[in-house]
Design a protein around this ligand. Structure first.
Ligand code: OSB
Ligand code: MG
Length: 363
């Protein structure tokens, strides 16, 4: 396992703070025949998004997730989640190891990862998540650039004091574009006036207005709104999605496989949402291309009916750990790779150059 650091070209500002550099954990597994599988566990550095951190994720991968997978001698990627089943929480750590096994299985079987996961789409739609800026003008400029590049949807990060005015300004400038907001848990039910006011702007959804663990608060707020609430932070497991749908805490789902505990969990959540008729889309964690690769494969499944948060590495970092990296075409879509394995070449030189620390675990 390897901790890498990827400096961002520009700070990404959300209600929980500014991110200037992405420290993330990647896992590289190698079998006896020298075949390789890569996975990523893109927790954030700090516990201000979810309780997990990059350092904690590295420790759990090293001390528990990888040893448990190796001791279980798992043969099929479908069995990794069960082998790691004793680990409570720590979705990012479990997801990193599981994704590596899926990529290895895809390489071994010579079947594209998307096909292995049951996907059929060959192009996936992409939107752009736009951080909180210094001014409305700066935001309008960036939205304009992204729309001109073809992105299918715009998501604005909001916080109390940066909500109604910015949404109104973007609506006034760009009309009926696919627009949504993400509060990253910055509001309480008592100060949700800004959220209620957003209800008249025809947003695709309002993402995670309330606290990360507040299922019932979201159910109460959803009952007051026409606009679908989309949950992100709150959905850290299959069970959490089941509960959210049951109490109607949301009408839209942001599925981040790494936050939800891995690809198997993501497949189960996909099935739940399809059965319940709840639209879902793939969120992002500002991952490197290693993490984005399995997300892209997953987005080829039919239940992903809205654009993914998949800001290209070109915009985030100016480069990537995979080379060539994925491109967003003029139609706002990414082509799903057909190469078995991760689907992209990992540039191991670049991984080495970005490495902060690494540990080898022998089977
Ligand atoms: O809340 O969706 C979020 C990035 C890091 C942490 C949390 C979130 C985000 C994004 C996704 O908004 C941006 C991306 O990965 O392209
Ligand atoms: Mg979010």
């Amino acid at each position: 396992m390897i901790e890498v650091e990827l400096p961002l070209l520009a700070p990404f500002v959300t209600s929980f703070g500014a991110t200037t550099s992405r420290r993330t954990v990647v896992v590289r597994i190698e079998d006896r025949d020298g075949r390789i599988g890569w996975g990523e566990g893109p927790a954030l550095d700090h516990p201000f998004y979810l309780p997990y951190t990059t350092s904690g994720t590295f420790a759990v991968v090293e001390e528990y997730a990888l040893p448990l997978a190796l001791q279980a001698h798992v043969q099929r990627p479908q069995d990794v989640a069960a082998a790691l089943g004793r680990i409570r929480g720590n979705g990012f750590a479990r997801a990193a190891v599981e994704a590596a096994y899926w990529a290895l299985a895809s390489a071994t079987q010579g079947r594209p990862l998307a096909k292995l996961l049951g996907g059929s789409r060959d192009r996936i739609e992409v939107g752009e998540s736009i951080g909180i800026k210094a001014s409305i003008v700066e935001t309008i400029t960036e939205v304009g650039l992204r729309l001109a590049e073809g992105f299918r949807r715009i998501k604005l990060k909001i916080a109390p004091g940066w909500d109604v005015d910015i949404v109104r300004a973007v609506r006034d400038e760009f009309g009926g574009i696919a627009l949504q907001v993400d509060a990253n848990a910055a509001y309480t039910l008592d100060d949700a006036q800004g959220i209620v006011e957003l209800d008249r702007f025809g947003l695709c959804c309002i993402e995670q207005p309330l606290e990360y663990d507040d299922l019932l608060g979201h159910a109460r707020l959803q009952a007051m709104l026409e606009t679908p609430i989309c949950l992100d932070e709150t959905l850290w497991s299959v069970e959490r999605v089941q509960s959210a749908l049951e109490v109607e805490a949301c009408r839209n789902v942001n599925l981040k496989p790494s936050r939800a505990g891995g690809i198997s969990a993501a497949l189960a959540i996909h099935e739940l949402c399809v059965e319940a008729g709840i639209p879902l889309w793939c969120g992002g964690m500002l991952e490197s291309g290693i993490g984005r690769a399995s997300n892209i494969a997953l987005c080829s499944l039919p239940g992903f009916v809205e654009p993914a948060d998949m800001s290209p590495a070109r915009l985030l970092f100016g480069w990537d750990l995979i080379d060539p990296t994925y491109e967003v075409g003029a139609d706002g879509c990414i082509t799903v790779p057909t190469e078995p394995g991760l689907g992209y070449e990992v540039d191991e030189e670049r991984v080495r150059a970005a490495t902060l620390r690494s540990v080898v675990v022998e089977a």
